[in-house]
Design a protein around this ligand. Structure first.
Ligand code: UT7
Length: 332
């Protein structure tokens, strides 16, 4: 990724939206399900509660709500969108893409639609993808959505993973802006560590079968300790990379909005990248890790009722399965 174009042709966000299910699952609820405690979850992760979709709710249900919200805030309708990108690890079905299902439900008939698979880095990867198409002039207005119902793929008997994740969706409308916008981006991947965080079943390797279900292959699996270390290293490096690419210094950035996986990861990233915690936006305590939705939900909350003001420089930084990582530095 290179530095973004001059301010006259920068790509920026003109509307944001989010939606989470109404059902709250607290740490105390989890105490009744697995051998865990509110104290362990709070001190090891910073999470107090997360939202969980009711059975029958789909990822596109949450995504459509967040998308309508973002379109309304942008003062646009679905007809105005010509590029629709959805980042998700929990699509409604293997195919067609969740983006196409959302297109039909929103009536975004002129949009080209596809999904991005980058796990928890999904919103950042989708935003960078949209930025590239918009900057090239191929499309004019993009709707980017990060949406997950990861609760469908969580082993609710595995205490090491089931306490971490939550459901939700965030969305943004991107187009050319006359001021502010994206100043620099960064993306990275390392497939050699794919099995540190993965779901083996459901694809061509282990197609659905009684055996694959019995072996619990359709649930998320994670080596938490290794993921923790790599998340800290990669997010700190990526945040520093975008700041350097924009020819700025860390102190020139007003807000860091990291992927909300674990407060201890966020604190370690801040320490390593020399970012004071007062400049870090955190909402992990209320939503847990919403994977591809995480950065967009956090950006929504940080800008709508939160501390980010017009003109502030903001770094979004993400890390996820793949492995994948990336950052977007934008001026709000
Ligand atoms: O977006 C990327 C997605 N993933 C992540 O970001 C997760 C990254 N990893 C983490 O956040 C942390 O590694 C965890 C929160 C998953 C675990 O924290 P930790 O400090 O690394 O704990 P640990 O795995 O070293 O486990 C410590 C102990 C173990 O017991 P023993 O072996 O010391 O007796 C675990 O069995 O804590 C136990 N444990 C639990 N105890 C109570 C693990 N999960 C739980 C639990 N409740 N929910």
């Amino acid at each position: 990724m290179t530095r973004a174009a001059s301010s006259a042709s920068r790509i920026g966000i003109v509307g944001l939206g989010m939606h989470v299910p109404s059902k709250v699952l607290t740490n105390f609820d989890l105490e009744k399900m697995v051998e865990t405690s509110d104290e362990w979850i709070r001190t090891r992760t910073g999470i107090r509660e997360r939202r969980i979709a009711e059975p029958g709710t789909t990822t596109s249900d949450l995504a459509c709500e967040a998308a309508r919200h973002a379109l309304k805030n942008a003062g646009l309708s679905a007809n105005d969108i010509d590029l629709l990108i959805v980042a998700t690890t929990s699509p409604d079905m293997l195919f067609p893409s969740t983006a196409c299902l959302i297109q039909s439900r929103l009536g975004a008939k002129d949009a080209v639609c596809f999904d991005v698979s980058a796990a928890c880095s999904g919103s950042v990867f989708a935003m960078v993808t949209a930025q590239q198409y918009l900057e090239a002039g191929r499309y004019k207005r993009a709707l980017v959505i990060g949406a997950e119902i990861l609760s469908s793929f969580i082993d609710w008997t595995d205490r090491s993973t089931c306490v971490l994740f939550g459901d939700g969706a965030g969305a943004c409308v991107m187009t050319k802006v006359s001021r502010g916008g994206i100043l620099a981006t960064d993306m990275g991947s390392d497939g050699s560590a794919a099995e540190l965080l993965y779901m083996p079943g459901g694809g061509s390797k282990y197609p659905p079968s009684h055996a694959s279900v019995d072996q619990r292959l359709h649930f998320l699996r994670m080596n938490g300790t290794e993921i923790f270390k790599l998340a800290v290293r990669r997010m700190a490096e990526s945040a520093q990379t975008v700041v350097t690419r924009a020819r700025l210094k860390p102190e020139d950035v007003d807000w860091f909005i990291p992927h909300q996986a674990n407060i201890r990861i966020i604190q370690a990233v801040a320490k390593r990248a020399d970012i004071p915690m007062e400049k870090v936006f955190i909402n992990v305590e209320r939503y847990g890790n919403t994977s591809a939705a995480s950065n967009l939900i956090a950006l929504y909350e940080a800008t709508q009722n939160g501390p980010v003001k017009r003109g502030d420089r903001v770094v979004l930084v993400a890390f996820g399965a793949g492995l994948t990582w990336g950052s977007v530095l934008l001026q709000w």
